[in-house]
Write a protein that binds this ligand. Structure first.
Ligand SMILES: Cc1cc2nc3c(=O)[nH]c(=O)nc-3n(C[C@H](O)[C@H](O)[C@H](O)COP(=O)(O)OP(=O)(O)OC[C@H]3O[C@@H](n4cnc5c(N)ncnc54)[C@H](O)[C@@H]3O)c2cc1C
Ligand SMILES: C[S@@+](CC[C@H](N)C(=O)[O-])C[C@H]1O[C@@H](n2cnc3c(N)ncnc32)[C@H](O)[C@@H]1O
Length: 641
């Protein structure tokens, strides 16, 4: 039997599903003593119960009130069969109305099947089927390719231009309770737990209540179950329930709709345009995420070209910030890291930039000395798929690597719609009642749009945009050195006192110094000596060994005092008077500190999803942690005490 759902998971490792095969393609759960599908024709059953039960084909042929996504949530993702059939139906439906822009499918799963078993199940479906179905097979291939790193949390996977899958690993009720209340209502619920007798936690009233909270007059629901207590439970939380014909030998199944409710927030209309200030990683990932949603983007930067800010360090490594506790903060950084990893792999298939998954060895010297990491706890919390612990107390990130951020920014904005305007330093912003305008020091307008995203740390600082929020700037210098005669450096990134990157055209990058304030920073020449001295210590080289520095890159990292980025929409109360009008169209994406490569991609996705009013790839607790308004809220709470 399943263990009881724990509110704060002590580990991000999912619990094993304990699957056996009755026959090829027919899994059974030993944990629940139940089968994944009781039908001889699971595909027929899935289409009947979930696709027809929610009237998807009919609904997709009719125009929504305005262009938007169709949002499905499945409780019990299992083998992914319902998802694959739904995606196929979406792709093949001949007369789908063009205003249905995107299929967003959220699959909740507490006990994900391991990749090998899932591969065998999908293979068996393929071989046992008499008809060939290329769409289904291609999507199954993509699902399997992405079926990794499934630690507890939200994994957003953009499978095609118009299909996004969120795999939400963990207990469905816990996650639904953490779904932000202003998220869009679900259009169709698939209730596909094991039988209510053996899997009661997927059918209990507290979970059904959560479902009702996230439903509106457009919501439908379908389940294979016809159990009286499921029917009564759904009615008790407000669904209008019908008994429909079941599949094959099952006489009945349940379908339901949710009635009109005055309390539900109106769905957001599709925005038209967005202006982004700052063409570093934060701005470029936001631009890319918005362009993919069809929003007209204007990207503005004060520099002469890409790389004027911190994203101009020529090699950045993908870093995972680790914690000794499996809390929301640790989960946010884990989700961000994994999202970046998936994004980089996917982006590289279609565009040209340097991303080398050469692996990263993190030595104890690189770890936070104030709060030492406890290796026993790390192993328990993170498992060993993302990194492994080594004998010398170092960590080996198998999938880690580095990018050239300037090339990455170019690739993210290669689309002519969002190519940046450089040499455009912004001095002032103002709202004219319909649009945000950005002006230079002569009050010349450099950009105008419905929504404004500030992805430029110096500008956020200079405007004193958010009450009580303060960015701290730490200066860092990376040094490019020539290959050291007689010394063969690693092919992976070695991170200790410094990060030493693998050879590139007979040079290495040594990164970086860390001056806590702009005032007491060393000169570039001194910083370069610091880098070389640290490298000598790491390599055990004598003081006289020749190391030639070819070039230095000095940039600033921007850190909020709590070392968490500031991501998202600004709330009126947290803003100074002059920015309050239009605050619902004002967003920040900044403060990425020393690990922007790991946080900027998910940050861009979060901001884009907030602008378009879509489901967010983050929990409400995580959003609070990264909210730009948090400093103001903390200050207010302090004043009230
Ligand atoms: C030495 C060093 C090494 C680092 N190494 C790593 C690493 O290995 N891995 C990692 O993940 N992170 C690393 N980081 C951190 C990483 O570089 C940052 O987190 C990331 O680049 C931040 O991106 P951003 O888009 O927020 O900011 P930036 O890249 O700074 O972009 C901000 C942009 O805003 C523009 N701008 C500023 N003011 C204005 C204005 N008034 N008007 C218009 N435009 C304006 C700037 O020109 C700039 O292009 C390192 C940082 C430094 C300094
Ligand atoms: C009948 S199977 C689902 C079959 C699946 N829809 C498919 O297409 O293969 C039920 C699923 O619910 C999952 N499950 C059970 N309890 C859960 C919970 N509390 N939260 C999330 N998922 C749960 C099980 O691990 C299992 O994968």
């Amino acid at each position: 039997m399943p263990t009881s759902p724990n509110k704060l998971a002590a580990s991000f490792m999912p619990e094993p599903p304990m699957v056996s095969m009755i026959e090829p393609g027919k899994p059974r759960s030993e944990r629940f003593d139940d089968i994944y599908s009781s039908s001889d024709d699971p595909m027929g059953e899935s289409e009947h119960v979930f696709i027809a039960g929610n009237r998807l084909k009919q609904r997709w042929q009719v125009s929504p009130d305005y262009p938007r996504q169709f949002l499905i949530a499945e409780l019990g993702f299992g083998t992914g069969l319902n998802f694959l059939l739904t995606a196929r139906c979406w792709q093949q439906l001949k007369h789908r109305h063009p205003d249905w822009r995107h299929l967003h499918y959220v699959g909740y799963e507490r006990f994900p099947i391991d990749k090998t078993a899932l591969g065998e199940i999908h293979d068996a479906w393929r071989t046992s089927r008499s008809i060939i179905c290329a769409d289904f097979d291609s999507m199954s291939g993509q699902l399997l390719a992405n079926w990794r790193f499934l630690l507890q949390g939200i994994h957003r996977i953009r499978l095609t231009q118009d299909i996004t899958l969120d795999l939400v690993i963990g207990d469905a009720e816990n996650h639904l309770a953490q779904r932000p209340l202003n998220s869009p209502a679900i259009d169709a619920w698939y209730l596909d737990g094991f039988s209510p007798r053996v899997n009661p936690e997927l059918w209990q009233e507290s979970l059904l209540k959560q479902m009702a909270t996230h439903s509106d007059k457009h919501t439908s629901l379908a389940t294979y179950s016809s159990a009286g207590r499921v029917r009564r439970g759904l009615q008790a939380v407000g669904f209008e329930v019908s008994r429909s014909d079941g599949w094959q030998h099952k006489r009945h199944m349940i379908t339901a709709i949710y009635p009109e409710s005055p309390n539900r927030r109106q769905r957001q209309r599709e925005p038209q345009s967005a202006l982004i200030v700052g063409a570093g990683l934060a701005g470029c990932f936001t631009a890319n995420a918005l362009s993919a949603r069809g929003i007209r983007v204007t990207l503005i930067d004060g520099g002469v070209d890409f790389g004027a800010g911190a994203s101009g360090i020529p090699q950045l490594s993908l870093r995972l910030r680790l914690f000794n506790e499996a809390n929301s903060m640790a989960q946010f950084f884990l989700q961000s890291y994994l999202f970046s990893l998936r994004q980089l792999i996917q982006l590289q298939q279609d565009s040209n930039f340097e991303w080398h998954a050469c692996g990263i060895r993190q030595l104890t010297g690189a770890m936070n000395r104030r709060k030492p990491l406890n290796f026993e706890k790390l192993a328990h919390i993170y498992g060993d798929e993302v990194f492994s612990l080594e004998q010398e107390h170092s960590l080996w990130f198998h999938h880690g690597g580095w990018v050239n951020p300037i090339q990455l920014c170019q690739a993210l904005t290669a689309n002519a719609l969002n190519s940046p305007k450089f040499n455009s330093p912004i001095q002032r912003i103002e709202y004219d009642g319909a649009n945000w305008r950005c002006l230079d020091h002569e009050d010349k307008q450099l950009g105008i749009a419905e929504n404004l995203v500030l992805a430029s740390p110096p500008l956020v600082d200079q405007l004193s945009l958010v009450n009580a929020a303060k960015l701290e700037f730490t200066v860092g210098t990376s040094s490019r050195i020539s290959a050291i005669p007689g010394v063969k450096l690693n092919r992976h990134i070695e991170t200790g006192l410094r990060s030493v990157f693998p050879e590139q055209k007979q040079t290495h990058l040594v990164s970086a110094t860390y001056a806590r304030s702009r005032l007491n920073r060393a000169s570039v020449a001194e910083a370069s000596i610091e880098n070389i001295t640290a490298l000598r210590t790491m390599l055990n080289l004598s003081e006289n060994s020749p190391i030639e520095c070819l070039e230095n890159f000095e940039r600033e990292r921007a850190n909020p005092p709590d070392r968490l980025p500031m991501i998202g929409q600004l709330s009126e109360a947290a803003l100074p008077e002059e920015y309050r009008r239009g605050c619902e169209h004002l967003y920040v994406n900044t403060g990425h500190g020393s690990s922007g490569l790991a946080t900027c991609p998910l940050a861009g996705e979060i901001v884009a999803a907030q602008i378009t009013g879509e489901d967010l790839p983050a929990t409400s607790e995580q959003l609070e942690l990264i909210s730009p308004a948090r400093f103001w809220q903390r200050q207010r709470r302090g004043q009230r005490k």
